[in-house]
Design a binder for this molecule. Sequence first.
Ligand SMILES: [Zn+2]
Ligand SMILES: [Zn+2]
Length: 878
Amino acid sequence: MWIVYALIVHVLLLGSIFVIYFRSPVIEGLHPQPALPAEPPADRLVLIVTDGLRADSFFTDNCNHVPHLREIFLRDGLVGISRTHVPTESRPGHIALIAGLYEDPSAVTRGWKENPIEFDTLFNRSGHTYAWGAHDVLHIFEKLTDGGRPMYFDAYHDLDFSGQQKTYKQDEWVFQRVRQLLKRKQEELRSAKKVVFFLHLLGLDTAGHVHKPGTPLFLENLQFTENEIAQIYEKFEEIFPDKRTAYLLTSDHGMTDSGSHGAGAAHETETPFMLWGAGVARSASSASSFVANDEGQKLPLHELEQAQLAPLMSALIGLPPPMNNFGMLPSGYMSVGVEYEAMAAQSNALQLLAQYIRLHEQHQRGLFTPYMKSFKKLTTLGIFDFSTKTATFAESSDMMQLALEGIDYYHGYYRNVMLFCTTATFLGWILYLYRLLIQGTSIRKQPSIGSGDASALTLSIAIGGVFLIGFIVAQFVPFAVGFYMLLPLPVWLLALRQTGSNSNIEVCDYRYPSVARSGQVSKLQFVLLIGCAELLVYTFFERRLISLCFVAFAFGSNWSNFKRNSSQFYIWILLVLVLAGFPLLPPSVGYQNRYLLLGGIVLVLLRAVLSNGSRSYSWHTKWCNPLILINTAACVHLHSQQVAIPMPLKVTSWLYLVYAIVSIQLNKEKALELRLAHILYNLSALYTLLCTSYESLFVQLLAMELSIALAAQRQGMDSLQQQYQQRSLQSSLRLAFTVLLYTFFSLFGSGNIASISSFDPNIARCFLSQFAPFMIMSLVLVKLILPVVLNLSIVYTYCDYARKQERQIFICLLIICDIMGLNFLFLVRNTGSWLEIGSSISHFVIMEATTLVLLLLSYLAKHLLRLNSCDRAVTKHH
Ligand SMILES: [Zn+2]
Ligand SMILES: [Zn+2]
């Protein structure tokens, strides 16, 4: 039953972070502001997004990589850096740019394909929108079409990243389509006003992922694209000679040196922007400058937030900002009269105020509102005054600041209360687990006795619950918030229900001396448990710390188990030291080295041949596994030569993915160690198929180290000790920590766990050549869980104790994970840079997910080892 509770509680705790920090910023029930009443400086806007082009690629080398664009910005317009938020993915980047809205990061996982809530965009406000580009991006905006506004979308679907085709072909497609449309519709377009042309150019993102920024093939794409942009600019000027076209070139996010994006490094969040044409100023206030050519000409480098571009684009063609916009119009970017700029700013301020007013109204509905805190800086009178007068730019600017502050205030109104309640839930749950653990050490299980104290407590909790529900209903607290406010109550009820049985342990202690010992130790153990958890928390912030943690734990717990001077002993020491070196290497994400990978393949084969389990392999395993390793080597070789991988090889990889699991299922072998040999062989081969460099070597060496250490531990124990050990909490704790440490080590050691989102599509090269994010993401997940399953299988095989005392070990594991999770809950930041916010949240998510995943994977490991029958016997025993 506790497993069911554990699953439920952890899923709910995982959800809490989204309710606390990631509430959707989209406010519903808003109305658009009227269009600006004066003549705008431009009639049409050309928005060009070079997907994944980072600022560095644009400005490096005195802008020599973008000579044609340089010609334009030396003559005309503004250039600078636009900062994006985390996650640096295409969807949030484009939404920030086109809707002025920083979508909550959860939407990335929830709805790449669907929009959970409708929001307003620049395109929706425009007279006409014409868009070309990749389907994945256009599709986000296409669905928002609301009646009457003609929008024309033209997208391509399949992207090829195998290197068969030049990446700039995608951009070429867009430019061709734009030319065709301009030719076909020029008459009609010349008279149209408030028109947006959106060119989404995916070539550079693909080139960055496949070839990495700065490489010759990437630069080839950049050269092509920047030249074509200059050409298409001339084409627009030719078709529309009225000089009433404004242009914006920018990108949705940047890219790291290793060709990934998603996290918050400077290379990922800093994108270039270039604004020129009708209505654009020659320079605005800026703090820094950059060198624009080899003659050393200096230009001011303008800086703004990505969402600020949305109201700016709107103002240039006389539109009100999108309803859900959070961006503030930057000052001095438009070469228009003071009145027009002030008018645009006031429209922007009113649009932000509309969002504030909506939130304020929702808050006012509550019965208890008069007795609660409210946002004092904005008054109804002040807002009324502002909306009826003609405000200056500075006044509007101040009002925008206040409105944003107010929106933030009401948006996070229940944040502290929720943090408090979630902490209470955590503590209640840890208490429950702790009691469960203590109870597990006593031999006789006492029925729980409902003492007077316990029922009084239960009663007071129930009364508290009723009052809380009353408050939540009367105050119109959002459902999700109310739910998490109530959650601590049932969890504490669960924890306190065991009061009775706990008090009986002392009675048992006199009769069973060994139990007494373990019972007393448990206080110290609990302190130790917290210590271990805290140590692991810090490894999240410093990857290299896990080496230290690993060496200390390995030597501390296993040194005495080995016979001195045996060959095993020296091999083990060597393995520990070599393994400790891996986290010091750069993360393997985006790093390719076929020689190291080849080393991994050789190691798989060597281990398979030398292992004493080799006789248990069936004839097909003996053939299939070497074959797939050769297949891997062939794919890697072809890929590195930029040759497309032929279909049969890809099909073989997919077939093996199925075979690796099925053949273990079909194996009739009963002896655990022989089964393990088969599992190790299959899963290592499968893992190698998904590697790009040293990961395969690392994971296999780790498995070897774990096997040797656990085997020595088993030998080092005589039967008497073993008996004592059966009841000792210490062993449970040690094994729980082993499982957790090896899980994190295998994840940290082979990559950067904190940015799973910044994946490397190259790991899927043996499987597919299309850029299919979901497919690749699932393969990334397979790659992440394989080492964990391997390690769990080894633990189950070599530790009788792990098989018998599984429950205790998992309770220890849960306690460690929950203590860590509680740490991360408080380390979540809601101020500071988005990098800090993003990664602190992902730590919490990883922690909560780990507990759930480990529970599930332990079942998979047991299933592969055919331990399930044995497990049932153990459960009956309890
Ligand atoms: Zn992108
Ligand atoms: Zn990308």
